[in-house]
Ligand binder design. Structure first.
Ligand SMILES: NC(=O)c1ccc[n+]([C@@H]2O[C@H](COP(=O)([O-])OP(=O)(O)OC[C@H]3O[C@@H](n4cnc5c(N)ncnc54)[C@H](OP(=O)(O)O)[C@@H]3O)[C@@H](O)[C@H]2O)c1
Length: 284
């Protein structure tokens, strides 16, 4: 049985599909007001209708933005500020896997932009709102794939050497370094930052990366299973004060040594700030 927390507002990115949609549904079931951030108005409307059908009385609103560009992320932050004067939880869930090197309109590599820079910039733009709403939480969906990752500071955008899996693993490692540095920078504000691995879940993203797994679909975990740790971190009172951690199946887990490298976390933060036009020293 979920805790009922009807006074709270949550923003979930990538809320129209897979784990994000299941997360939005469960948080609506907990009575939260759910801002569903989706790239496509059509897919978003369809997902919102499905959430309302499953959770009668669900309080959901749709925000539309493409998170592959700085402009899209800024638009999502602006829409959020227009819709709400409090934000108790931000769930950075949207993610993508691309086999080919796909440049974004900002000239960056798509997985780096969507999986890492978008949560980085969105969290920064919503920081004041989160702090005003404290106690508040930032939940970032990473992956065990981070263990294969390395931050290639000399080729972050994969221009010299690209593989879809290397870029994905790098972006999921970047999620953990971001979470670590974010938790440090949020110290004393009442806003916590935690990351998670959702499990190996039968979604479009997984099948884009590992096409043969399609055959195993009936045996893979469902998006609802994949949403459980996100929902746990977003709602459970017992984790309200925990921060800077990485969770798998409701338990803190030890990420790779590369994900515990504070120097790399600070260096990536500085570069990400430069790439998104933020001041790296702000709230340092
Ligand atoms: N599935 C797994 O086994 C697994 C394992 C570990 C971690 N994860 C992580 O879980 C998270 C959710 O993935 P999923 O498995 O649920 O994948 P999914 O079903 O493919 O859903 C991904 C979501 O992200 C959105 N998205 C992608 N690119 C976007 C963009 N440019 N702008 C805005 N939204 C965008 C998608 O919107 P559209 O529908 O418009 O594309 C969709 O809503 C990701 O961060 C992923 O890395 C998944």
């Amino acid at each position: 049985m979920l805790n009922q927390i009807p006074e709270q507002t949550v923003l979930v990115t990538g809320a129209n599909a897979g784990i994000g949609r299941a997360t939005a549904t469960e948080l609506a079931r907990a009575g939260m007001r759910v801002l569903m951030a989706c790239r496509s108005a059509e897919r978003g409307a369809e997902a919102r209708a499905a959430v309302v059908a499953e959770v009668p009385g669900a309080r959901t609103e749709l925000l539309i933005a493409d998170l592959s560009s700085g402009e899209g992320v800024r638009s999502l932050a602006a829409q959020t500020l227009q819709h709400t004067d409090r934000l108790d939880v931000l769930v950075n869930n949207a993610g993508v896997f691309t086999r080919q090197h796909v440049p974004t309109v900002d000239g960056l590599e798509t997985q780096f932009a969507v999986n890492h820079l978008a949560p980085f910039l969105l969290t920064h733009l919503l920081r004041d709102l989160l702090v005003q709403s404290a106690p508040a939480r930032v939940v970032t969906v990473s992956s065990e794939a981070h263990k294969r990752g390395q931050i290639r500071f000399d080729d972050l955008q994969g221009e010299q050497d690209y593989s879809g899996m290397k870029a994905y693993s790098q972006s999921k490692l970047a999620n953990l370094l971001f979470n670590r540095e974010l938790a440090r920078r949020l110290g004393g504000t009442g806003v916590t930052a935690n990351a998670l691995h959702p499990g190996v879940i039968g979604t479009r993203l997984l099948f884009t990366g590992f096409a043969p797994l399609r055959l195993l679909r009936p045996f893979l975990k469902t998006p609802e299973r994949g949403a459980r740790t996100s929902v746990f971190l977003a709602t459970v009172p017992a984790v309200e004060r925990l921060t800077g951690l990485y969770f798998i199946d409701f338990e803190p887990a030890r990420p790779s040594p590369a994900a515990r490298d504070d120097g790399a976390a600070r260096r990536l933060w500085r570069i990400s700030a430069e790439l998104t036009g933020m001041d790296p020293e702000e709230n340092s």
